[in-house]
Design a protein around this ligand. Structure first.
Ligand code: ARG
Length: 456
């Protein structure tokens, strides 16, 4: 079924119809399409562009269609060109001529721009809530493991001792920025495009502010060409979703490593792991791997949107119909990933002994040896060099810095006293890193509380 029959003498070929149609993916916006049409008809009635009774008839008819679709009584016709065509056709079939007045002073161009914004505004909030739930789990775990010592890494080489809670809270910071990006994106997309019509506004005495307030937008779009041809909100949302996926993917990568026998810092719950069809011993972190893998989809969706939009002259072009599959896929994927990831994290078993054991190797307190010397008057560069020599001596003797005899220390630098051993115990090293933003257990507890407060 098409809305634009008048000037055509032939029917669309089946293949053209299928190629042109968007109903298979835009039907999910039926609520927003109906909500937008109700607001539009109400405004037309209030402004005297159609009669009040006609507006009321349209309103009633649309509500019935909505409830019939929701209850399953009315199936969306997949032969319709798009959801806008379907709803308008169904309305006219139900209420007759009044239904034909609905599209007065409107185009599918501003209609679809509206529908997407209405739809995405809800989805931004949905994604935001899921991110918040994850941040909350992270804050709880961080508090629980605020004094669990683990190796901190650079270049994936053991670097300095940190606490597991501190490590986790790094992800909370990323996700809090993600929440900020979602909020910004929501603020910018909160502009109501209806009234832009096809591209050049309208000669009817419409009141766009009525429609705006009925639909709960903050403001109306200022330029009719931009109103119908802007998809920044899709791109920006996809961008924010992509960055969320970068964060989830990095987190997943660490979880995958931590689950390996080489690390064994954590074990995932059976409910969030899978086995192998051939190797009976296997327990695989498939969820984390899938999240890591699915980041590619979301980045691809963002690239699709950028590419679709980059070369099209103002205003609407059919290319823009390609926006929906990309942004819907990005939203669906991120929601799915968050929904799987959060309980996986929540139920993981943390193995502090293994973290502690890993932290004991690799001379991760070497900086603290150098710092000890510095605090006893040795310039840092000299202290650094002396400590390097001590590490080399440890490697020769098969010892670590804690077990290297004090005589060896003193051979390298006579400032050393027995006192150094206390300063390089890992628990002590970590407890002293109290500078703001550091891994000391008391810092971690304070940060966990701060983070939790933000999302609660
Ligand atoms: N299905 C179309 C889309 O998603 C709706 C707008 C159609 N407008 C038009 N002038 N053909 O973009």
């Amino acid at each position: 079924m098409q809305l634009w029959k008048g000037r055509f003498k032939k029917e669309l070929s089946k293949t053209t119809n299928d190629f042109n149609s968007s109903i298979s993916f835009d039907s999910r916006m039926f609520r927003e399409d109906i909500e937008g049409s109700i607001a539009h008809a109400t405004m037309l009635g209030k402004c005297g562009i159609i009669r009040e009774e006609e507006a009321e008839n349209i309103h009633r008819g649309l509500l019935e269609i909505l409830s019939d679709i929701e209850s399953g009584k009315l199936a969306i016709d997949m032969e319709a060109e798009d959801i806008h065509t379907f709803v308008e056709g169904e309305l006219t079939a139900r209420i007759g001529d009044d239904g034909k007045r609905l599209h007065t002073s409107r185009s599918r161009n501003d209609q679809v721009a509206l529908d997407i914004k209405l739809y995405l505004k809800k989805e931004v909030r949905n994604v935001r809530a899921l991110v918040e739930a994850l941040v909350k789990v992270i804050a709880d775990k961080a508090e629980q493991y605020s004094d669990t010592v683990m190796p901190g890494y650079t270049h994936l080489q053991r670097a300095q001792p940190i606490t597991f809670g501190h490590h986790l809270l790094a992800y909370a910071e990323m996700l809090l920025r993600d929440i900020g990006r979602l909020d910004d994106c929501l603020k910018r997309m909160d502009e109501m495009p209806l009234g832009s019509c096809a591209l050049a506004g309208t000669t009817y005495p419409i009141d766009r502010d009525i429609t705006r307030s009925l639909l709960g937008f903050d403001r109306v779009t200022n330029n009719s060409l931009d109103g119908v041809s802007d998809r920044d909100h899709c791109i920006e949302f996809a961008g924010a979703l992509s960055i969320i996926m970068v964060h989830l993917s990095r987190f997943s990568e660490e979880i995958i490593m931590w689950c390996s026998w080489e690390f064994k810092f954590i074990e995932l719950d059976d409910a969030f792991s899978t086995g192998s069809s051939i190797m009976p011993q296997k327990k695989n972190p498939d969820i984390a791997e899938l999240v890591r893998g699915k980041s590619g989809r979301v980045f691809g969706d963002t690239m699709t949107l950028l590419t679709v939009m980059k070369g099209i002259a103002l205003a609407y072009n059919k290319d823009m119909q390609e926006d929906k599959e990309a942004i819907f896929d990005a939203v669906d994927t991120v929601k799915m990933c968050l929904t799987a990831f959060t309980p996986m994290l929540d139920t993981m078993r943390v193995i502090p002994e293994n973290m502690r054991r890993a932290a004991a190797g690799g001379f991760i307190n070497a900086t603290d040896v150098a710092d000890w010397l510095t605090k006893h008057g040795v310039p840092f560069r000299d202290a650094y060099k002396a400590t390097g020599e001590l590490v080399a001596r440890c490697i020769e003797l098969g010892l670590d810095l804690e077990s290297l005899p004090i005589e060896e220390y003193q051979k390298v630098c006579d400032v050393f006293t027995d006192d150094v051993y206390r300063a390089i115990s890992l628990e002590y090293c970590v407890s002293q890193r109290t500078a703001f933003g550091g891994p000391a257990p008391e810092n971690v507890r304070a940060q966990a509380q701060r983070v939790r407060k933000i999302v609660e």
